[in-house]
Design a protein around this ligand. Structure first.
Ligand SMILES: NC(=O)c1ccc[n+]([C@@H]2O[C@H](COP(=O)([O-])OP(=O)(O)OC[C@H]3O[C@@H](n4cnc5c(N)ncnc54)[C@H](O)[C@@H]3O)[C@@H](O)[C@H]2O)c1
Length: 252
């Protein structure tokens, strides 16, 4: 049986660890040729070696390096069918009133500018080939306030907004643009599986969409004692998250 990404070419940033690594593994298992990009050369090259794939050292906060990664993917494999913007840092933490402009900009560089660069350069290549899928990893901090640090939260909202905006421009070229928004502690393989669905030919009409994977947290599902949370308590960020874990564990 052929995989759901058979003969597809995918570039995954942040592929050395976490969700990016899980995505690279799953996409490869589903038949894709995956180019892994990250600043963590040791882990990225090791995973690429295990998968029999190619690794590119790239800092996603630098436009030229993202452009180079896209170009290298196209030069090596002839095209790019799927771009996954998955690189991440926590970034600036603490009081908004004490956050410096430098820390703010550095955070947006990795968490939001990178997604702009990834969409921009993947879209240029995909426009030539008349189609493709661009996916970004946001988070539930992009859906609600109070679930993460300020700069991180702004970036996650920004990714969802840019996903919608870019999708409206790029649909004329047959390019779909979507995002996933994981809750903290969600299984990485489930996030990767969500990205797989969005990347696959099973979702030809899904664009401008953000798929939230959070056990119902942002819908208030934890308040009703959803069994999925009782079975698998989740370490949410922030004070409301602490209450969610307690509720899930049946505590007052
Ligand atoms: N893991 C979770 O529970 C969770 C929850 C909500 C949202 N998210 C979102 O998922 C995404 C990925 O998170 P994760 O948990 O996989 O993170 P992670 O820290 O496990 O992996 C992030 C990867 O990005 C790479 N990276 C960092 N800076 C980079 C740069 N400048 N250039 C290139 N690569 C860089 C790191 O080396 C690492 O391999 C993020 O957007 C995050 O907001 C994760």
């Amino acid at each position: 049986m052929s995989g759901r990404l058979q003969n597809k070419i995918a570039l995954v940033t942040g592929a050395a660890n976490g969700i990016g690594a899980a995505t690279a593994r799953l996409f490869a298992a589903e038949g894709a040729t995956v180019v892994l990009a990250d600043i963590d050369e040791a882990a990225g090259a090791a995973l690429a070696g295990q998968l029999g794939m190619h690794f590119i050292l790239a800092d996603v906060s630098c436009e030229a390096q993202v452009e180079r990664a896209v170009q290298a993917t196209v030069e090596r494999h002839g095209r790019i069918d799927c771009m996954v913007n998955g690189a991440s840092i926590v970034g600036a933490v603490g009081s908004l009133m004490e956050t410096t402009a430098q820390a703010w900009r550095a955070t947006q560089g990795v968490l939001l500018d990178s997604v702009f660069f990834g969409i921009k350069h993947a879209a240029r290549a995909m426009r030539e080939q008349r189609g493709g899928v661009i996916l970004s990893v946001s988070g539930i901090a992009g859906v609600m306030g109070g679930l993460g640090p300020h700069a991180y939260t702004a970036s996650r909202h920004g990714v969802i907004g840019l996903t919608r905006s870019a999708a409206s421009e790029l649909s004329q070229y047959g390019i779909r643009v979507n995002a996933v928004a994981p809750g903290s502690g969600m299984p990485k393989e489930e996030i990767a599986a969500s990205l797989l669905f969005l990347a696959s030919d099973a979702a030809p009409h899904v664009t401008a969409h953000t798929l939230v994977v959070d056990s119902g947290h942002t819908a208030g599902g934890f308040a009703s004692g959803a069994s999925v949370l009782r079975d698998r308590p989740v370490a949410f960020m922030g004070p409301s998250g602490q209450r969610a874990v307690q509720a899930a564990e049946g505590q007052p």
